[in-house]
Design a protein around this ligand. Structure first.
Ligand code: ATR
Length: 308
């Protein structure tokens, strides 16, 4: 029941209707018997400052930030840890209210740690590993930053537009990342060669995302290397064509919900001080993705990639 004591958190984005985060967080609040609620906040790009002033004024305890606002919120944050300032994007706001009506906002980026947490939950520690990343967009940036922090030995970035991969690693190299970074064009030959050398392959592109669920970055006529752990950030559908190919080849598939849950669990803990039940969060996401009858092909949303 919502009453006078209910504490509010939410997620701001544009659009926001596709987000799994309200279902995921509210399920965790329910399971823990906490009088908190998590609401979707559709915030037009012209209204980011006003929306943050509204969070302060209305006593929100926290807020997630998703596409396209992760960079735009930075100037409105009062306390920004150096690693978030360097990264230049925040996905979590923590609001501290005092009895005089003052509110201080601190910012974090749980996408980065959430990704590493998700890998570790699947039994994969990126420390010392050789990693192949496909894609060079915003999601790739968070993944590579996380891999640098986790001490991966090397990361090769392949992208359809190779200049974007080169620019991305140049930017990360300026930030004293000790992981050996390199960039190349995404070609079938290059993909196969690098996949044979890597231990972990991560798809950060939108290839294979609903409604193009038949697409894959990997060619259909060859198996994936058996030794590879294959992680796909796409979670609509949950088992992408790439993960089907990985499973059929004897490689280890890791689905995209882990990262969503990892970043969500870290944000939840920052707001409440409590680590949420991750299995409850996953079940809530799956229930939205598959419908209550378990229809795995029910996918009415526009997006299903990365975080929040
Ligand atoms: P996000 O912030 O979610 O990473 P993005 O910045 O739009 O989204 O990046 C999407 C990534 O998917 C890019 O690496 C993009 O490649 P380009 O930089 O060449 O555009 C990649 N991508 C999208 N569609 C693709 C396709 N059909 N084949 C290969 N790569 C694709």
């Amino acid at each position: 029941m919502i009453d006078g004591q209910t504490q509010l958190v939410g997620v701001m984005g544009w659009p926001i209707a596709h987000s799994l985060s309200p279902a995921m967080h509210n399920a965790a609040f329910g399971a823990l018997g906490m009088n908190w609620r998590y609401v979707p906040l559709p915030v037009h790009p012209t209204q980011v400052g006003a929306a943050i002033a509204g969070l302060r004024a209305m006593g929100f305890r926290g807020c997630n930030v998703t596409v396209p606002h992760k960079e735009a919120v930075i100037p409105y944050i009062d306390q920004l840890p150096p690693h978030v300032a360097r990264f230049g994007a925040a996905n979590t706001l923590i609001l501290h209210h005092d009895e005089h009506g003052q509110c201080t906002i601190s910012g974090e980026n749980t996408d980065v740690q959430g990704f590493v947490h998700a890998l570790q939950q699947s039994g994969v520690d990126p420390h010392g590993r050789q990693v192949l990343i496909v894609g060079a967009g915003g999601a790739a940036r968070g993944v590579i930053y996380g891999l640098c922090q986790a001490g991966a030995a090397s990361a090769v970035v392949l992208n359809r537009t190779p200049e974007r991969a080169t620019a991305l690693i140049a930017d990360l190299q300026m930030q004293a990342c000790e992981t050996a970074l390199s960039a190349d064009a995404l070609t079938v030959h290059g993909l196969e060669r690098h996949a044979n050398e890597a231990e972990l392959m991560i798809n950060t592109t939108t290839v294979g995302m609903w409604p193009h669920a038949d697409a894959s970055i990997w060619p259909d006529d060859r198996p994936l290397p058996r030794h590879l752990v294959v992680c796909d950030l796409v979670y609509r559908p949950l088992e992408t064509r790439l993960l089907q190919q990985a499973r059929a080849s004897g490689a280890v598939p890791i689905d995209g919900l882990g990262m969503l849950i990892g970043q969500g669990a870290l944000s939840f803990q920052m707001w409440t001080g409590i680590w949420p039940p991750e299995e409850v969060m996953r079940a809530a996401c799956e229930s939205v993705l598959f419908g209550h009858q378990g229809h795995r092909d029910r996918a009415e949303a526009q997006s299903g990639h990365g975080a929040a």
